[in-house]
Design a protein around this ligand. Sequence first.
Ligand code: ATP
Ligand code: MG
Length: 390
Amino acid sequence: MSSPKSRKLPVPPQSQLAKLLADKRVLLCVGCGGVGKTTTSAALALAAARMGRRVLCLTIDPAKRLANSLGLEHMTRDETLVSPEVYARAGITVEGSLTVMMLDTKRTFDEIVTRHASSEKAREAILNNKIYQYVSTSLAGTQEYMAMEKLQALRESGTYDLIVLDTPPTANALDFLDAPERMVEAIDSPAMRWFVQAFTGKSVSLGLLGQGSQLVLKAVSKITGAGFLDQLAGFIAAINDLFGGFTERAKRVSEALRGPEVAFVLVTSPEPMAIEEINFFADRLREFAMPRDVYVVNRVHLPPEPLPSDLPAALLGQGLEGDADFQHAVRAAHHEAALLAKRDASHLERLRMDPSDPTPVLRVPAFETDVHDVAGLARVGEALVGPTAP
Ligand SMILES: Nc1ncnc2c1ncn2[C@@H]1O[C@H](COP(=O)(O)OP(=O)(O)OP(=O)(O)O)[C@@H](O)[C@H]1O
Ligand SMILES: [Mg+2]
């Protein structure tokens, strides 16, 4: 007798996301500007903490009210543990812990310099160098690269089970994916070599000035006045001192991003422009052989509950059963909500899916007010992983 074929039951998207929260070490929330990356990353971090994990949420530029509600009162750059009182006020229980931290590009850059500089003197020379100060905050891709750097350092420290990373609003999704490589390119660029050659007195062809050099030259051109050449010479010497460190770290960061411990959360809104960008982003991830673990569609208008077939009867006892104007307004509002939901659903059909391996799609409703506190984050978390975090 042949045994019945085992059938794989589909796993609901909420459970798939809950599994990511339980198993992964790094969640990266990506998407275009304003769709809710910061909100989603904080909500996912809180949900994982409610599941019992020790979570760090690395956030970028949170709205002031949200930062305050998490205890980042003075917009401090330190790791800040969200206190039990905050949870009590929000009426939730948290088994694990949530620490939040605002990402500071310059500070992270300084930390790397400190770690890799060959001596105290070399370190001071770099940190006080004007060109370094400019480049460390202004070079394209620096912020993304630094986010990755911070991530790597924290992963190695083992203080947290899970790190959730918010990402900066990038005009182009490529900026983020290419960040480590681009940083190395900018430093290990023809321009750098050109400067070195210029200072060592060797002749140089202008053909060497490629894309990377434009960035450095642009940065350098902002610094004028006496001492410029000294600063430049100092910078070149310093970068040479650091060179091995940066290149090697960028490679490791790049590799870590492709590891099985990392999950990508693609955040979008139902707006066509945002969907177009996230499709583009998903394509790029595919090209880079990186996973697309889950889509979060934020601020979705969900279909309203159907109206009772006999509305006046349902309003009995509220003094509204005979109020034709009120009933008309209810029907109009319901119709409007249903139209919005239909429009969002039709936009969402444009999300590009791999038919053989569809990415789970989770929807967060558009709430009537902004998400500016822990209770609000808990609501978003519950929309994502279910009413009570497992
Ligand atoms: N589901 C939601 N319902 C209502 N308001 C929301 C929802 N999600 C986010 N918001 C609000 O939308 C605004 C933008 O959200 P958020 O800051 O998370 O976006 P972002 O993608 O991080 O933006 P940026 O790209 O500028 O960093 C915030 O005021 C937030 O409170
Ligand atoms: Mg943000």
